[in-house]
Structure formats: structure tokens, C-alpha cells
Ligand binder design. Structure first.
Ligand code: MLT
Length: 393
């Protein structure tokens, strides 16, 4: 008799969305060795790290070269200087947190994938479409999943009004990946009061908060009462160009207590057992990115990418293609033209324009017939992609 495997994996798609896109692009390149494919698929940044971050990386590297300042294992939940920098970042939005409510990690993806571990057999409410990690990680752990549809009709901002009044783990992301939709404070208040009333827990992904323009909450904790019902996960990947550097955090407020158990303590226990912290050098870089000079530089990165978003938007407008996003979000979410479904539109653009985007159906059934473009390309690549799209659409 052989060992038993986790059969829940049989219920997950064969490959992760962005791995599948990578595979299809490699196949195309092999078949077309002279191709010049532009990727507007995965949201990977292209601008280099900013001067403040680079200076911090150099100086922390120098510290590691000297006996007196060398550091070994980092504290499991983050160095005080990094946790303090995150606390100050939240203070700018009027949110008061304590450093021990912050758990530093190597990525929002890891935290979103791992967080399921501290919960038992609950119903999990997932918006459709959704960042695939949230769905896949719950499938892999055999959770009971319900969906709440994010559609053109509800501006991709589903609300809890029609939901059954029972406890659930609720995933939210604002600004949203993939649709770019952003919840207002009034809307978040409704979600927080639903979660409190039903003793649900919200897992709030704020990885794109730096892209908000206008008066929208950057953190769910801007809503009173959220600390007793919400976990927040954020990252420097898109804010400071850290996709290859890796730095994120999870906020577990001390008020978040379920059946007498503080979730922060469970997460602390999990992280101490299974995670060995983020390196000193990277934490110094993160603290530098979160400093006032660092944040001023980050705002320049964001505005560069948002200019790309407007370059891509203008093609869609010219061609009369319905889209949303690209305002408080680096993603444009468009309706595939001419009745294409998401993957056939992917193939059409790859074969005719050598432009790669992300099929909406990869984010869930409601994403079928939609397509996502990212504005994280270089200006040159984005302009070239825009002119190719102009030609083929
Ligand atoms: C995306 O393209 O959705 C993101 O870049 C993926 C990620 O952050 O892991």
C-alpha cells in the first residue's frame, strides 16, 4: 500500500495561472525564434529600485561584511525598525497600529497562501474573479468555497447585502486585482459590519493601495471596528518595485479574537515554526522605501506606471473597447472584442501582435470574456504594445 497524497490537489487546475501563461509564451517563442513578445501579463515591475532603497541595500550589505555589525537569523516577525516603519506608514492614513501587530514576510502571495492554515473547516467566501492564490490555496486545503460575483453590473464591487447571515472567511482586495475596482469607505463599512454581525473574518489584500487616486481607503482599518474582524496583507512589490526583492507584511490586530483565541498568537506560532524571517538587508531596504524620501520616490514609480495605464487606455477608448481600471490600479480590465473568449483573445493577441495579457477566465468563471493588461511594462514596451494593439484591434 502506498502513502496517501493530498487529493485536494486533484481539484486544483493543472498549473498556476501565470505558470500556464509563461508556458504558452515559451512555446510561442520556440516556434518563432525571431519574435519580439511584449509581456503585459503578470504584474511584474520593470523600473529599477529607487536611490534611497539602493543606498540602504549597500549600507546594510556593508554592515554584514563586518564582524561588529554582522547579523544572523532575523527576528521571526521582523526587526523593530521595519515594523516601526510599517506602523508609521499606516499612521499616514490615520490608522494606529502597534509594532507587535505586524508580521513581516517575504510576500503577500506567501501570506495569502499560508493564512488558511490557522482556520478550521469554515465556509470561505471568494469574489469571482479573484487573485488565483486565494482560490487555489483554499482548493488545495479542501475548504468549502462559496463565490460572490464581481460583475460589470455591480461595478466589480460585490456587497454583502444578499449574503446569508453566517460566519465565513471573506477574501477582499481593493484596489482589486484583477479588475482595478476600489471600495469606498461607505462600502467597506458595510463589509465590516457584516463581518462583525456574522462573526466572520475578512482577509483584506491591500497590495495595490499605493495606486489609489482620490478619496478611497488605503487600509481596511480606516473603518471603525475593522480591527476586530479583519486581517490585512500588504506588500512592497508594486509600491516600491520589490517583486524580485520580496518584502510584505500581515497585520493581525490584537483585538482580533475568535473563541477567546487571539489570531495574532496563532499566526505568531505558525510563522515561528515555519518561517525564518526576511533578511536584514531586505528589511533595511524596506524601511528605506517606507521612509518619507523612499515614499516620495515610490510615488514617482507609481506615476510612471499610471502614465503607461493611460497610454493603454487611450487605445481601448479609440477602438471602442469597454474597459475599467487603470485609474486607481495598474491593471486594465477589458471586455474581449468581437465575441472572443478570454483564452482565444490571448492567442489572438499573441499571434497577431506578440502582446501577452492575462485571460480574465484565469481569475474565475466571471472573468470569462474579459482580459487584463498590466501597466508595469517599460515606457518603450508599453508604447510599442499600444501601437501594435492599435493595429490589430
Ligand atoms: C499578478 O499579475 O496578478 C500579480 O503580479 C501576481 C502576484 O503578485 O503574485
Amino acid at each position: 500500500m502506498s502513502i496517501k497524497l493530498n487529493d485536494n490537489y486533484n481539484n486544483a487546475k493543472k498549473s498556476y495561472l501565470f505558470s500556464e501563461i509563461g508556458r504558452r509564451v515559451r512555446t510561442y517563442r520556440e516556434a518563432h525564434p525571431d519574435s519580439n513578445v511584449i509581456s503585459l501579463g503578470i504584474g511584474d515591475v520593470t523600473l529599477p529600485l529607487t536611490p534611497t532603497v539602493i543606498a540602504a541595500l549597500h549600507s546594510a550589505t556593508d554592515e554584514m561584511s563586518k564582524k561588529e555589525t554582522f547579523r544572523g537569523y532575523a527576528p521571526e516577525y521582523g526587526y523593530d525598525f521595519a515594523r516601526d516603519a510599517i506602523v508609521s506608514h499606516y499612521a499616514e492614513y490615520g490608522v494606529t497600529l502597534s509594532p507587535d501587530e505586524i508580521f513581516v514576510s517575504d510576500g503577500a502571495k506567501s501570506d495569502l497562501g499560508n493564512i488558511v492554515e490557522i482556520f478550521g473547516d469554515n465556509e470561505v467566501l471568494i469574489p469571482d474573479p479573484v487573485y488565483p492564490v486565494n482560490y487555489d490555496s483554499n482548493v488545495m486545503s479542501g475548504r468549502r468555497i462559496s463565490f460572490i460575483n464581481a460583475t460589470k453590473e455591480n461595478n466589480f464591487l460585490p456587497m454583502p447585502d444578499e449574503l446569508p447571515r453566517r460566519s465565513m472567511i471573506i477574501y477582499m482586495c481593493s484596489p482589486n486585482n484583477p479588475t482595478g475596482a476600489v471600495y469606498s469607505k461607505e462600502q467597506l463599512k458595510k463589509w465590516v459590519s457584516f463581518a462583525r454581525e456574522t462573526e466572520s473574518v475578512i482577509i483584506f489584500d491591500s497590495a495595490y493601495e499605493a495606486y489609489i487616486s482620490g478619496n478611497y481607503p488605503h487600509s481596511i482599518y480606516e473603518v471603525d471596528g475593522a480591527k476586530s474582524c479583519a486581517i490585512e496583507i500588504c506588500s512592497l512589490s508594486k509600491t516600491a518595485g520589490f517583486t524580485g526583492v520580496r518584502f510584505a507584511w500581515t497585520v493581525m490586530p490584537s483585538e482580533l479574537i475568535i473563541n477567546g483565541v487571539q489570531l495574532a498568537q496563532m499566526w505568531a506560532r505558525r510563522q515561528a515554526t515555519k518561517f525564518n524571517g526576511v533578511s536584514y538587508i531586505i528589511q533595511r531596504a524596506a524601511a528605506a522605501a517606507l521612509s518619507p524620501e523612499g515614499m516620495a520616490e515610490c510615488r514617482e514609480l507609481v506615476s510612471y506606471y499610471m502614465k503607461n495605464a493611460s497610454i493603454l487606455s487611450s487605445v481601448l477608448k479609440e477602438k471602442g473597447i469597454w474597459y475599467t481600471g487603470g485609474v486607481s490600479s495598474p491593471y486594465l480590465w477589458l471586455k474581449c472584442p468581437d465575441g472572443y473568449d478570454s483564452w482565444s483573445f490571448f492567442d489572438y493577441l499573441l499571434n497577431n501582435a506578440e502582446v501577452v495579457g492575462t485571460p480574465g477566465s484565469g481569475f474565475g468563471a466571471q472573468g470569462e470574456g474579459y482580459f487584463r493588461l498590466t501597466s508595469f511594462g517599460s515606457r518603450e514596451a508599453t508604447e510599442e504594445a499600444a501601437s501594435r494593439l492599435r493595429r490589430v484591434l
